[in-house]
Design a protein. Structure first.
Length: 197
């Protein structure tokens, strides 16, 4: 890479000794798919437009409409009001809207892509540190709230407020669980590992 371009690259930082230290090399760890793709913001904008247009970009159709629609079908549609997975997309209802997206990361960078088909909106957020995920996870929802005129949901719940805590009470089931194969049978026998709150 030529020097002029290298100077424009973001420097990655990771938590180190109670602060942030430079991460001078690309570290992916065991989860290659999470950080195994590098792109530019411009190309991510094109990727979002491609999906929001149902498999077409700039008048060129790369996926048939029914093929693209299948990419957004949930694998197990047993809880339409809860989060699920649709062929690699995280399908998360948000305040009556469907959002589709996915995050990624390395030791020094975190990203999050969110599509809102009903609003024809795509949001891509990238940050050059891994000390907090608040910005990349909250910015898309704050933008949705702003564009729709919905009052924002507070980022934190007052744990001294009984009404706020009561609104969160219930049984929770982790969406990262086995749905098929012998492991699913074993999981059904042993329980889903839900969390009572």
């Amino acid at each position: 890479m030529e020097a002029a371009r290298r100077e424009r690259l973001a420097t990655g930082y990771r938590p180190r000794h109670g602060g942030l230290g430079r991460q001078d090399y690309l570290q992916l760890g065991a989860y290659w798919p999470v950080g195994g793709m590098s792109s530019t913001a411009t190309d991510m904008a094109r990727w979002m437009r491609f999906h929001l247009n149902g498999g077409e970009l700039d008048g060129i159709r790369l996926l048939a409409p029914d093929t693209h629609a299948r990419m957004w079908q949930r694998a197990h549609h047993d809880r339409p009001d809860a989060a699920d997975v649709a062929h690699g997309w995280q399908d998360v209802p948000y305040r009556g809207l469907r959002t589709l997206g996915h995050g990624g990361g390395t030791a020094a960078f975190l990203t999050h892509l969110v599509l809102v088909p009903e609003l024809n909106l795509g949001v891509f957020v990238s940050q050059n540190s891994t000390d907090s995920m608040v910005a990349i996870t909250q910015l898309p929802t704050l933008l949705i709230d702003r564009l729709t005129g919905i009052d924002p949901v507070p980022l934190f719940i007052d744990d001294e407020d009984p009404e706020a805590l009561a609104a969160l009470a219930g049984s929770y089931r982790n969406n990262r669980r086995v749905f098929s194969s012998f492991a699913a049978v074993l999981k059904a026998i042993l329980g889903y590992g839900g969390i009572e709150g």
